[in-house]
Ligand binder design. Structure first.
Ligand SMILES: *[C@@H]1O[C@H](CO)[C@@H](O)[C@H](O)[C@H]1NC(C)=O
Length: 228
C-alpha cells in the first residue's frame, strides 16, 4: 500500500513537472526572451519622436519565432509593474532592433521596456520643450534701477508647462518719442523659465524710461526708470 502511494506521488510529481517546459523548449516555440541592449540607463526618448529597442541577436536561437510585442512599463508608487503602452508587435527576433514612434499618450517620466520576460534598464521619456513666454512681474512701474546695478528681473511661471523651452532672450527696450519701443540691449539669453528670474547688470544707458521684454511683444514689463 505504501509503495503504491509512493508510486502515485511520483507520477503526480512527474505530471506537474511536465507543465514547466525547459527553456530550450520555450525557445523552440518562439518564446525566447532576449537580452535588451537599448534603451539603457542613459537613454532619453522624446514623446512623439522615433525610438529604437535593440537586443543581442547572438544568443537568439535559430528556431526563435517573431517576438509578440515590445511593451512600455513604469513602476507605480506602490512598486507594482504597470503596463503603459504597446510599442510594436510581431517583429523578427533575428532583426536585432525594432523602431517605432513614442506615443503622444506617454507622460514624461521613468520607464522600462519588456520583450517577453526580459526587461531593459530604466530610462527617461522627456517631453519636447514647449515655448512659454511668461508675464514679467519685476520691474514694475514704480521700479527705479541705476546704470551698473545688478538687478533681478522676475516673472510668473506658475502656469508654465512641465518642460518649457528656455527663453531665447531677455531684452531692454526704450520708448521712442513717437511712443513706439526701440531695442536697446540684450540683457540675457537662453534663460531657464522655471528659475522665475534672471540677474543682469543694467548697461550704460541714458537715464529715462525703459521696459524689459522676453521673447516678444506682449511679454514686456511695465515702463520703469533707469537713472544714470
Ligand atoms: C506576424 O508576422 C508574420 C510575418 O513575419 C506573419 O506571417 C504573421 O501572420 C504575423 N502574425 C500576426 C499575429 O499578425
Amino acid at each position: 500500500m505504501l509503495s503504491l502511494f509512493i508510486t502515485l506521488f511520483t507520477i503526480s510529481l512527474a505530471l506537474s513537472g511536465a507543465s514547466a517546459a525547459p527553456t530550450s523548449a520555450l525557445a523552440a516555440r518562439g518564446l525566447y526572451s532576449p537580452s535588451i541592449a537599448s534603451p539603457d540607463a542613459n537613454t532619453v526618448w522624446g514623446v512623439g519622436k522615433s525610438a529604437v529597442v535593440s537586443w543581442d541577436t547572438s544568443k537568439v536561437p535559430n528556431t526563435a519565432e517573431n517576438f509578440d510585442a515590445v511593451t512600455l512599463y513604469t513602476t507605480a508608487s506602490d512598486g507594482t509593474e504597470t503596463l503603459v503602452s504597446s510599442l510594436s508587435t510581431n517583429f523578427s527576433s533575428h532583426a536585432g532592433a525594432v523602431g517605432f514612434t513614442v506615443p503622444q499618450s506617454v507622460a514624461p517620466g521613468t520607464y522600462y521596456v519588456k520583450i517577453g520576460s526580459s526587461s531593459s534598464d530604466k530610462f527617461q521619456v522627456a517631453a519636447d520643450p514647449v515655448v512659454y513666454l511668461p508675464d514679467i512681474q519685476v520691474p514694475t512701474a514704480s521700479t527705479t534701477w541705476a546704470v551698473g546695478d545688478l538687478v533681478s528681473i522676475q516673472w510668473d511661471y506658475s502656469s508654465a508647462p512641465a518642460n518649457p523651452a528656455q527663453l531665447p532672450y531677455v531684452d531692454l527696450y526704450t520708448v521712442s518719442p513717437s511712443g513706439g519701443t526701440l531695442f536697446v540691449a540684450r540683457l540675457a539669453s537662453n534663460v531657464d523659465v522655471k528659475a522665475g528670474k534672471v540677474q543682469v547688470d543694467i548697461p550704460q544707458v541714458r537715464a529715462g524710461k525703459y521696459l524689459v521684454m522676453v521673447g516678444g511683444y506682449g511679454h514686456n514689463s511695465a515702463q520703469f526708470t533707469i537713472t544714470a
